[in-house]
Design a protein around this ligand. Sequence first.
Ligand code: ARG
Length: 460
Amino acid sequence: MVTLWHGRFKGGPAEALQALNDSLPFDRRMFREDLAGSRAHLRMLTRVGLVSDDDGVAVLNALDVAEGELTDGTFLFVEGDEDIHTAIERRVTELAGDAGARLHTGRSRNDQVATDLRLWTIRELTELASLVLEFQNTLATRADEAGDAYLPGYTHLQQAQPVLLAHHLLAHGWALSRDVDRLLDARSRADVSPLGAGALAGSSLPLDPDGTASDLGFSNRFENSLDAVSDRDFVAETLFSLALLGVHLSRIGEELILWSTEEFGFINLDDRFSTGSSMLPQKKNPDIAELARGKAGRLIGHLTGLLTTLKGLPLAYNKDLQEDKEPLFDACDTVRLTLVALDGMVDSMGVNVDRMAEAADGPYVAAVDLAEYLVLGGMPFREAHAVVGALVREAMTGGDSLVDLVAADKRLGPAAAALLLPGVAVHRRTTPGGSGPEPVAIQKSRFRELLEAQRAQVGN
Ligand code: ARG
């Protein structure tokens, strides 16, 4: 077996070393990025005169052949193809001979792998941001469809005040819009080319890192070669953005689980987006929502795993850095699957508007409206709170209903009692950003505007 370093070594590597060391099984999915990086590097080598035009053409042709084989699955990997970089260079050298052996001039796998992974991450962040935007669009559409539907808003998971369903759905939408911001922000810091940093120190050859950076579509090139080959901040930032996005999806999942219980009965899950039980014929389970909740743990694990890998590393490249790829790939795959499934679940779920209203129409959820009624009459809020609190206690401990007590109370009276009628309180939250119809109408259009702006930023 021929290794990249066979000149310096007497024998081949031990099987145990290969088994541990090889990253091909997972990094082969970066083959497109590796080909792009090699093409840009090769073009640069010909531009600066390190590779002749003829050799350049031969290598580019060999790269095309390798691409065809990798795409249609006919590429033959051989023992010693430690990673995708080694495999492609080996194949190019087989195909282009001496010219192929010039491809790695002035390059190390250290700047090569960093380049590939940045290109991969930039594309993936763009796609994931678009998927989040699609889910946000579903939330916005469901919010429009929700009209005046309302449900109890909760604190401590105790009924607190009624809120419009649209308001509740968009609350999750705004959290997701911050996720889009974070994904795009991570993308901007991934957008730096490390190619030309070499193993760690740059090169004695007349390389042109600015040229390869712009050839590959990067906005910037590295400023420090040591940093270029050892920086994985962009992976950590991506993993954090995905972990927090995963946490948001988990919280949405948790609510869908609650809402779909017999006890809440707020939503009905579409058959296509729920599962049955192998034993209990009556069951309909919210597996997607549960997995959204469960996958968040895995995403957080990937973030803490990578940060732990990075924390003790001296400059510059260390093989520990090979541990960056599996968590990154898995986090992206996980979020992609979860987003699409959760989107379908929310898009297709039926909303039980009557059940929501019924739960929100309890007399006590409008208690603060009574206190505010007294405040408008001049009473200090603390005193008003105590007055209403005492009436609530009386009603709850077997006295008359709160409505009757309020109607009979001379500080309050029938006008105040009318505030407790079903569907009244939710209309009275008129302040900016509040949960009543007027502010929610404004919120909806602002949310749509932000979606448009973010869509333009994602660019795709
Ligand atoms: N497979 C390696 C990785 O993923 C490529 C870089 C290898 N560099 C080296 N100096 N051995 O990090």
